[in-house]
Ligand binder design. Sequence first.
Ligand code: IPM
Ligand code: MG
Length: 360
Amino acid sequence: MTKKIAVLPGDGIGVEIVAEAVKLLECLRRDFGLKIEMEQALVGGAAIDATGKPLPEQTLALARQADAVLLGAVGGPKWEALDISVRPEKGLLGLRKELNLFANLRPAILYPQLASASTLKPEVVAGLDIMIVRELTGDIYFGQPRGVRTLPNGEREGFNTMVYSEPEIERIGRVAFDIARKRNKKLCSVDKANVLECTELWREVMTRLAKDYPDVALTHMYVDNAAMQLVRAPKQFDVMVTGNIFGDILSDEASMLTGSIGMLPSASLDANGKGMYEPIHGSAPDIAGKNVANPLATLLSVAMMLRYTLHEAELAARVERAVSRVLDEGCRTADIYTDGMRKVGTREMGEAVLTALKQS
Ligand code: IPM
Ligand code: MG
């Protein structure tokens, strides 16, 4: 059966990198028999400009209908002065929430070819392969009450609520345990249970779940320590599971271990394997439209889509091999460039992957 993919380029470099991903999907359809159809829609700032809303009904309807969503990035200085409730980021958060995409998988893998592009010593990061499982539809991102209020004395106060229900913790926990089971069977749950009751419950639930997964070694770590350990000795980690806000921060940190945030894909899944796939980096307005952005995170997000939603593991591996091959060939966008390599632009990198796809 033909699967439908909603393509939402968004803002900034989102437009250019998604264009490369669309070429990849078209190539997979034309030359590798992938049965897909694609439809584009607006999200984020682009949608605000056209309709006044970051997530127009039409876009949400398309995303609901689709089997998978491919997203570029949202946001930019142009929309920063808008009220927080209608900023481009709300488009992204709305999609996550409305589609119930609670499980965010953010792999941090160091390609051996890029060991010298990391700011950490090669021996600290060589062979790095971490999977961060971030809860994506709860926590302080969505907790109520929230807002800015004026107190009787006239002072203003901003507030947000960190909240997790037991079922929410349990379902993300099970996703993480299942993933750990298929990898090196080590799961580190990250919390701040020494201070926050919300994450005390998190730890309690993870500990209870561990009984169902006797083959997985569960450890717990406070988030501040986890942030430190990630740069001190990142290879101690296999799978990490954490809440929305800690996962946001730790996944950016982990990305830098791999040399560039421009390399890292992500999948956001619901309970039935439907997913939204996007690079973990943002819209990078400073380099938008200049053909310098790295499209590899988005191409690798297509690989994740092939694996997790389209059940095309062979093709997923082929895309990943193609990426590895272009790195072997010395192709580097500016963010991962080191001396002696061949500097290429967004389009050239995309084309190189398409060529490699046929050979890999
Ligand atoms: C991410 C981003 C988003 C988040 C922003 C753009 C709302 O940083 O996907 O990590 O905070 O989740
Ligand atoms: Mg983030």
